[in-house]
Design a protein around this ligand. Structure first.
Ligand code: ATP
Ligand code: MG
Length: 438
């Protein structure tokens, strides 16, 4: 993983160095150019200040205490008068005197010279300076001009490293606080002093922590509720076992064994429902395939017909539109089993449960209509809650069926609606699917 701090430091230092080098280079070139212009100007001034009476070579030989090297840096002045030998400030220097005024360059004794010539009517004055000397002076000036930048660069690097560390300190503080916190702690991370760019990350982490906290809380409640729900049937079982030993006759024994069997069935039904609940509330993704909705519903009906027949309930399909949907068949079977089971359970003996598959536009809907007791309107919003029972019927139940239906519907992107019938007593449950959903 790349370190933000290292990247920021490397980029800033790199950029500063590049800018420093360019600025240094430009200063160097400008100082060099400036020195050239200045030396040319000097050359012209010296040439202009030499008059015909100047005593050459005595005038410009060597100043008191001037070294040979320093003398080299100076100018060589030549004055040419008609009918006289050319006078020169350096006797060994006899560069031919130019014919026109102005700057020129010449190679003399294997060395390049910069020359300024002034042609007067009665004399010609020529001042020369070795190009190597000029270049040395210009380079020195340029070097001095770029020296401050070179000196400041390392200081900038240190300041950048320090600045980056300081800017990222709040992030480092958060990391430390998260590292040191208790593994079970789900309190929000303090976002004080956090840079604006990192704040959304902290907000997201905090909202995730909140969701985890809610989910843990809901799991804790689930376990408590489940234990509570199981306590009653288990206590009943205990009582029935105790009763069994006190049976007076074989007939009495048979009745009590049947009660025990029923109690066992009830307890194992609750456990089975709890297991399904835990599974569907936990999993979010399902493996889907295209399936025929009518076929699936018919299969669920066929498995429940024996149960319905026991109570003389007429369970059947009244409409079967062709509908192909994308869903998980096992999930849908559990969903419809629960809804059909409710319709049978909460409908009095001899009642009727009509199932219909209907396609309209881009949606397919399965409706289960019974003529049972229905659910009091004010309790309808609560029937999807875990362990909630409307208490509208004596039929046994754990109150988990519709919570499972709800969890599966969410997974399968289906919509479940419960409504009391308007035309008669009974409930209408509609499960609708998007035909084009993948
Ligand atoms: N078709 C229906 N007619 C009348 N009441 C219903 C119907 N379906 C559900 N209910 C009411 O809603 C409550 C919740 O139903 P749910 O299926 O969640 O639990 P249950 O049937 O009591 O138990 P479980 O299905 O877990 O065995 C039921 O107790 C019942 O009061
Ligand atoms: Mg049920």
């Amino acid at each position: 993983m790349k370190s933000l701090r290292n990247q920021l430091t490397v980029w800033s230092v790199g950029l500063l160095t590049l800018v420093g080098l360019i600025a240094g280079g430009i200063s160097y070139l400008l100082a060099q150019k400036g020195a050239g212009v200045f030396l040319d100007h000097q050359l012209r001034l010296v040439a202009g200040s030499v008059d015909e009476g100047s005593q050459l070579p005595a005038m410009q030989t060597r100043f008191l205490g001037e070294s040979e090297q320093q003398r080299q840096y100076g100018f060589v002045i030549q004055v040419s008068l008609p009918k006289e030998a050319v006078r020169s400030s350096r006797p060994d220097f006899d560069l031919p005197v130019g014919k026109a005024s102005g700057y020129s360059e010449q190679v003399y004794q294997g060395e390049k010279w910069r020359i300024y010539t002034i042609v007067y009517p009665d004399r010609t004055v020529q001042v020369s300076q070795a190009d190597a000397v000029r270049r040395a002076i210009a380079s020195d000036a340029a070097l001095f001009a770029s020296l401050p930048i070179a000196g400041l660069l390392p200081l900038c690097w240190v300041l950048v490293a320090f600045g980056v560390k300081r800017i990222l300190k709040p992030l480092a503080d958060v990391t430390l606080a998260v590292t040191l916190r208790d593994a079970r702690s789900l309190t929000p991370i303090a976002a004080k002093g956090i840079p604006a760019e990192a704040a959304p990350l902290i907000t997201e982490i905090n909202s995730l922590l909140l969701r985890i906290q809610e989910s843990m809380e809901s799991q804790r409640h689930f376990v408590l509720d489940a234990a509570h729900e199981l306590r009653t049937p288990l206590a009943a079982l205990q009582l029935q076992i105790d009763n069994l030993s006190q049976s007076l006759s074989p007939e009495d024994m048979n009745v009590r064994i049947n009660e025990l069997r029923f109690g066992m069935q009830r307890a194992s039904h609750i456990v089975a429902q709890l297991l399904k609940m835990a599974r569907y509330e936990g999993e979010s993704e399902s493996i889907r395939s295209r399936l025929d909705l009518g076929e699936l519903v018919k299969h669920c009906i066929s498995t429940l017909i024996p149960v319905a027949e026991k109570s003389g309930i007429d369970l059947g399909m009244v409409r079967d539109d062709k509908a192909s949907i994308s869903a998980n068949a096992d999930d849908l079977r559990i969903l419809f089993d629960n809804l059909l089971d409710n319709a049978i359970h909460y409908t009095q003996d001899g009642g009727k449960v009509d199932v219909a598959v209907e396609v309209s536009g881009s949606r397919a809907a399965v409706s289960i209509v019974d003529n049972g007791c229905g659910i009091p309107e004010e309790l309808l919003p609560r029937v999807f809650d875990r362990f909630f029972r409307a208490g509208n019927n004596k039929a046994e139940g754990s109150g988990i069926g519709l919570a499972i239906v709800n969890a599966i519907a969410r997974r399968e992107n289906a919509e479940v609606r419960l409504a009391n019938r308007q035309d008669a007593k009974g409930l209408i449950v509609t499960v609708s699917f998007d035909l084009h959903a993948l």
